[in-house]
Design a protein around this ligand. Structure first.
Ligand code: ADP
Ligand code: MG
Length: 699
């Protein structure tokens, strides 16, 4: 199937890309738009009108009938309201699209989370065109990427702070480069490439699992005798049904300009990964939303369902999202070590800015990478623990250590590495090894943030990294600007960072218990649950850095705090209620039926007076009844605890109560159900088990 597709021909056909704009827009209009895209200059009304008309004609040629402002509210999903290209004229209807409609929209915002920033009576929210991410046609709709804010200009979405953080980072990074004498530095762009993990299951199984339908994960499920222990799925040959799905995914995403490059089987049965090439943080964020949306949509065409939840199956590898992040200026990667000593001052400064930022704001990073679903994954021997550390590799760490000691370093065996205090090292290429257990790993010329939850938007993690790095860079530049010996001062900064923040560097096994203990000795925070990470949004340190960098105001941060706590409460309640509901209405009736069968068998056996067999039946019945009782007890306990939590006045207090009182009870309830699943006739179990679901795509 894939062989009949010409990638070059289809790539980006549905994107109103730079080359389309260049070809179709009048020269002066194109120039004017580029000024807006590149330098943030305001867009003239006349210019917007011309662009809108050209964009509409292009979209009509691609079969579009409607347009929409495509935005990313705090739900982490994308939202869109379609408007037909219709305008009445005296003698009929005309396809029309104005500059005003392109630039600004006014959806009713009342049903999107606002965290109290916007009262329901002020339902107005505005969407504003983000021309730094291209418009595209998807399923007959011209989608225009937009930012979403309240009537008073408060950010109600994920994109606005992301764009602000990119601006702030660029401003500070350019200042630093200029201080280093790089006078041609005008703009620095964060580059991001996302590896997305996901599960595929057969739709007929999904439809029979109310837990998956309600919550996106299985709330119950006994482990089959064989799981992923043989590692026979990772990178294995892709089965035909999945291959066909992947082919369609590729075609759909290529048409949307998403350069999907890598695809492979993941560790767990039914788990896969997809990775497009990197782009700017903003475009990659939009593209990752498109990836998730397309995975869901295309799966349906193949009678499959895509699960993006972090932990759809207990005891089976969960899913994450690796956010690869770097910085680029005039097409050069600023995190690329090189063999030119001068460029390495720059490299070492940017590297150090990240080390310092990560050590200063680990709570924010931990929060930004998470959802309640990620609580099932972090620290569970399949993902990094909920402790933020950086992997640099021995070699690079040693270089920093020597700089910090003020010593000469003539280290590398291949002879290419020499370091005196005044001389800057020439680095051999590809000196970093790989480490799959670090939450934040330096991988040759970029960082890989490996903690991020699979279902979430990457806007949050990128915003945080960009904000904290921007703030640290500002401090570096202030030091450099005061010094008349730039190179020496740069080395002093690098040395200071290693001395003061080197504790965040860890090159060992991040999944080991020793690391958990070592991290505690180093004073690195460990935040075990998502809910406990949320308050960092409103602590003084965070309020200040977001204000200094102009990324989020106090009001916006407080609103975000409210939204995240509230969402957590909703998710845990839904899961707890679903567990009880399913226990009462599906599991107990199935168990009763089996008990009736056993009782009938017992009766007949007793009539035959075969004492020995009767005893086995009696023991079976007793064992089942014991779990049944436990099940009933846990359901009642969860219901009582939920009532108690609802009576608590503060949302955060409720959240902690749910996490530490209700969630453990849910785990015990699940244990009882999973034991019952192993005791009861497969035929009577109310839905397909892990054995059915996970092995369905192996065939
Ligand atoms: P892995 O070995 O972890 O699969 P890859 O080298 O294949 O890593 O890259 C994974 C992702 O990192 C891809 O999306 C790739 O485009 C992205 N990437 C590569 N270089 C950069 C960079 N300079 N900035 C951001 N992302 C990058
Ligand atoms: Mg990776």
């Amino acid at each position: 199937m894939i062989s009949s597709v010409n990638v070059e021909k289809i790539f980006g056909v549905n994107v109103f890309s730079d080359s389309v704009m260049k070809a179709r827009l009048p020269k002066n209009i194109y120039r004017s738009l580029r000024q807006t895209i590149d330098n943030g200059l305001p867009l003239d009304a006349h210019v917007a009108d011309v662009i809108a008309t050209v964009m509409k004609d292009w979209a009509l040629e691609r079969g579009a009938t409607h347009y929409c402002h495509w935005f990313q509210p705090m739900t982490g999903l994308t939202a869109q309201k379609h408007e037909a290209f219709l305008s009445p004229t005296t003698d009929g209807i005309l396809a029309h699209f104005s500059g005003k409609e392109l630039i600004k929209g006014e959806p009713d915002a009342s049903s999107f989370p606002s965290g109290g920033i916007r009262s329901t009576f002020e339902a107005r929210g505005y969407t504003a065109w983000d021309c730094t991410s291209p418009a595209f046609v998807k399923e007959g709709i011209l989608c225009i990427p937009t930012a979403f804010c309240s009537y008073y200009g408060h950010a109600l979405d994920k994109k606005t702070p992301l764009l602000r953080s990119m601006e702030s980072l660029s401003r500070e990074a350019v200042r630093l480069l200029q201080a280093l004498g790089e006078t041609d530095a005008r703009k620095v762009i964060p580059t991001v490439g996302v590896e997305q993990e996901y599960f595929l299951i057969d739709k007929k199984h999904y439809e029979k699992r109310p837990d998956l339908i309600y919550t996106g994960r299985t709330l119950f499920g006994a482990m089959p005798p064989k799981g992923q222990e043989l590692d026979d799925h990772y990178f294995a040959t892709i089965k035909e049904r999945v291959h066909k799905f992947m082919c369609e995914i590729n075609i759909e995403l290529w048409k949307l300009g998403v350069a999907v490059k890598t695809e492979h089987n993941e560790v767990a049965l039914g788990q896969f990964e997809l990775a497009p090439l990197f782009s700017t943080a903003n475009v990659s964020t939009d593209q990752n939303q498109l990836v998730m949306d397309t995975l869901n949509r295309v799966a349906n065409n193949h009678d499959l369902v895509c699960l993006l939840h972090e932990k759809p199956f207990a005891n089976i590898n969960g899913s994450g999202k690796h956010v690869n992040w770097s910085l680029s200026c005039n097409g050069e990667n600023l995190l690329e070590p090189s063999d030119s000593p001068h460029e390495n001052i720059r490299f070492l400064l940017f590297l150090s800015s990240i080390i310092k930022a990560v050590d200063m704001y680990p709570e924010l990073l931990r929060f930004a990478a998470s959802t309640s679903g990620n609580d099932h994954r972090l620290g569970a021997a399949e993902a990094p623990p909920a402790i933020i550390s950086i992997f640099l590799g021995e070699h690079l760490t040693e270089i920093l250590a020597k700089i910090a000691e003020g010593k000469n370093y003539v280290g590398a065996k291949n002879g290419s590495l020499e370091l005196g205090v005044a001389a800057i090292p020439a680095f051999p290429h590809d000196m970093t090894d790989r480490n799959r257990t670090s939450p934040f790993a330096f991988t040759a010329n970029k960082f890989e943030f490996r903690m991020v939850a699979s279902s979430m938007s990457i806007a949050g993690p990128c915003t945080v990294i960009q904000t904290i790095v921007a703030d640290v860079l500002k401090g570096f530049t202030e030091r450099l600007e005061k010094s008349d010996k730039i190179e020496n001062e740069a080395i002093n900064i690098v040395a200071d960072v290693y001395r003061n923040h080197g504790r965040v560097i860890f090159n060992g096994d991040g999944y080991s218990q020793e690391w958990v203990e070592e991290a505690a000795r180093r004073g690195l925070p460990r935040i075990d649950s998502f809910i406990e990470s949320v308050p960092c949004l409103v602590d003084e340190k965070c309020l200040q850095i977001f204000e200094r960098t102009k990324v989020l105001t106090h009001d916006e941060l407080e609103a975000r705090y409210e939204i995240h706590v509230e969402t957590y409460l909703k998710i845990i309640r839904i899961e707890a209620l679903a567990m009880c509901d399913l226990a009462y209405r599906y599991i107990m009736p199935a168990v009763n039926k089996y008990l009736r069968e056993l009782a009938a068998t017992l009766n007949s056996l007793e009539q035959l007076s075969t004492g020995c067999y009767s005893r086995i039946q009696q023991e079976k019945i007793a064992a089942i009844c014991q779990q049944y009782e436990e099940l009933n007890r846990k359901c009642s306990s969860i219901e009582k605890l939920l009532e108690k939590s609802a009576a608590m006045s503060a949302d955060y207090e409720q959240g902690i109560f749910l996490r530490y009182s209700v969630v453990p009870e849910m785990e015990l309830l699940r244990k009882a159900v999973d034991k019952l699943e192993k005791m009861i006739s497969k035929e009577l179990w109310p839905w397909p088990g892990y054995d059915d679901i996970l092995f369905a795509l192996v065939k």
